[in-house]
Design a protein around this ligand. Structure first.
Ligand code: NAG
Length: 431
C-alpha cells in the first residue's frame, strides 16, 4: 500500500514537473506537399498536441518591398485556410499556444534570394521596422495566433574546410588578405538594431498578451547577432536550434555528427549543444531557454573506401539519395531511417546502426555501396533514445524545455514501433 502510494505521489510529482516545462512543437506547413505516406495534414497533429504546450507554424515571410510580415504561401496559408484551421485547434486544446514563425530559411523570396539580405535591411530603418511590427500585429490578430516567433535569417557562419599541408597554409594566408571570414561587415549595428526590433515588437504585443519568441537557426553565430542579456527580458522563450552543424549542403565531402551534446575532439568549439546553451545562459534566464531536437537525419553518399575510424569522414560524394517520403537529397525523416536500420543481421538495402554508448555525440548508420558503386550512404540522426538524452540534459541544466523540429519528420504514422511521434514522446517522457 505504502509502495503504491509512493508511486502515485511520484507519478503526480513527475507529471507536475513535466507540465512546467515548455514543449515547443514546430510544424512545417510545406509538409502538405509531400506525397503518399509522407504527406502531413492537420488531423495528423492531433496525437502530438497532447504533448505540446506551444505549436509553431513555419513559416511566414517578409515582403522585400513593403517590409511587412506576409504569408509565405498565400494560397495554402490563407485561401485554403490553413492559418485558420491551425489556430482553430485551440478549441480542442485550450491550453495550447499557437505562434506564427517568420523566416526559418524557408523565406528565400526577393531579389537577393538565398542571401536573405532583407533580414538585415529591414533592421536598418525605423520606418521598415515599424511596418513590420504593425503588420505582424495585424496578421496575428486576424488569424487568432497567440504570438510571433522570430526565426531570423541572419547570414550563416562559413562551413569548416578540412585541409592539409600546403593547402592549409595557403588558405589561411588567403583568408587574411581577402577578408573571406567577414560575413557581415555591419554585424555590430545589426545586433543593436535586432535588439531594438525585439523591444518594439514586445511593446506592441504586450497590451494583447501576445507572445514573442526567438528561434536561433542552425549555424547562426549567436556571439555576433544576439545579446542574451538585453534580448531575454522581452522574449517569452528562446529556442536553440543547435543542430545541422554538418549538412551535405554545407559540407559536401565532409560528414560528421550533426548535433552532438558535448564538444568532440578536434571539432570547432561551437559545434555542440553545450556551447550554445552556455553562451545563452550567460545573460538569459535558464527557464527561457528551450533546446531544439531534430527529428531527421543528414545523409551523405558513401564510397566503398570510406572509413569511420576517424571523424569527420572526408571522402564523401555530396548529399545522399532522396528518401521515398521526403524526396529531398541529403535528408531522411526518422521513419525513413527507422524502417531501414538494423543492429544485428544485414538486411538487403538496410542500414547498420552504430549506437552511442557515450551519450555525447549521437548515432549514425551506414550502408556501403554495391558493386556498381551505388547506394552507399552515411546518416547522422536523432532517434527516441538520443532525444531523451537531450531532454535529460535540459532537465539537469534546469532549462525551460524542448523544441521539436519538426513534427512532420517525426514518425507521425507510427510505422517504426506502432508508436506515433516516438521522438516527441521519448523527449517529453525524459523531461
Ligand atoms: C562567432 O563570432 C565570434 C565573435 O565575432 C568569433 O570569435 C567566432 O570565431 C565566431 N564563430 C564562428 C564559427 O564563426
Amino acid at each position: 500500500m505504502r509502495v503504491l502510494l509512493f508511486y502515485l505521489l511520484a507519478g503526480t510529482f513527475a507529471a507536475f514537473c513535466a507540465a512546467e516545462k515548455l514543449v515547443v512543437c514546430n510544424y512545417e506547413a510545406k509538409a502538405h506537399l509531400r506525397q503518399g505516406q509522407g504527406q502531413f495534414s492537420i488531423p495528423d497533429l492531433e496525437e502530438a498536441l497532447r504533448y505540446c504546450t506551444h505549436l509553431i507554424y513555419g513559416y511566414a515571410a517578409i515582403d522585400d518591398q513593403s517590409f511587412k510580415l506576409v504569408p509565405l504561401n498565400e494560397n495554402f496559408d490563407v485561401l485554403r485556410d490553413n492559418y485558420r484551421l491551425i489556430t482553430d485547434l485551440k478549441r480542442r486544446h485550450p491550453k495550447l499556444k499557437v505562434l506564427l514563425s517568420v523566416g526559418g530559411n524557408d523565406d528565400v523570396s526577393g531579389i537577393d534570394g538565398e542571401l536573405n539580405e532583407k533580414y538585415r535591411t529591414i533592421l536598418e530603418s525605423t520606418v521598415h521596422r515599424l511596418a513590420f511590427v504593425n503588420s505582424a500585429y495585424t496578421l496575428l490578430k486576424e488569424y487568432n495566433f497567440d504570438g510571433l516567433d522570430l526565426a531570423w535569417e541572419f547570414p550563416e557562419t562559413k562551413p569548416k574546410k578540412v585541409k592539409t599541408g600546403l593547402k592549409k597554409a595557403w588558405s589561411s594566408f588567403k583568408s587574411v588578405f581577402t577578408g573571406e571570414k567577414v560575413i557581415d561587415s555591419n554585424a555590430a549595428q545589426h545586433r543593436e538594431q535586432f535588439t531594438s526590433l525585439v523591444k518594439e515588437l514586445k511593446v506592441a504585443f504586450r497590451p494583447d498578451n501576445l507572445l514573442l519568441s526567438l528561434t536561433v537557426l542552425p549555424n547562426i553565430n549567436s556571439t555576433v547577432y544576439y545579446d542574451p542579456k538585453r534580448l531575454s527580458p522581452h522574449l517569452d522563450f528562446i529556442a536553440l536550434h543547435a543542430f545541422d552543424f554538418y549538412t551535405p549542403q554545407r559540407n559536401g565531402h565532409l560528414a560528421d555528427f550533426p548535433s552532438p551534446i558535448y564538444e568532440l575532439i578536434d571539432r570547432r568549439e561551437d559545434e555542440n549543444v553545450d556551447y550554445w546553451v552556455k553562451y545563452w545562459l550567460n545573460g538569459a534566464p535558464a527557464n527561457k531557454i528551450v533546446l531544439g531536437i531534430p527529428t531527421y537525419g543528414r545523409t551523405w553518399a558513401l564510397q566503398g573506401e570510406s572509413k569511420f575510424d576517424e571523424f569527420p569522414i572526408t571522402d564523401l560524394e555530396g548529399p545522399g539519395e532522396p528518401g521515398p517520403l521526403t524526396k529531398e537529397a541529403g535528408l531522411l525523416s526518422y521513419p525513413e531511417i527507422c524502417t531501414k536500420v538494423t543492429t544485428r543481421t544485414v538486411i538487403p538495402g538496410g542500414l547498420t546502426k552504430i549506437p552511442d554508448a557515450s551519450k555525447r555525440q549521437g548515432v549514425y548508420a551506414y550502408r556501403y555501396p554495391d558493386n556498381n558503386e551505388k547506394g552507399g550512404i552515411w546518416v547522422g540522426y536523432e532517434e527516441p533514445e538520443t532525444a531523451a538524452t537531450k531532454a535529460q540534459y535540459v532537465k539537469n541544466k534546469g532549462l525551460g524545455g524542448i523544441a521539436i523540429d519538426d513534427l512532420t519528420l517525426d514518425d507521425f504514422r507510427g510505422v517504426c514501433n506502432n508508436n506515433k511521434f516516438a521522438i516527441l514522446k521519448a523527449a517529453v517522457a525524459a523531461l
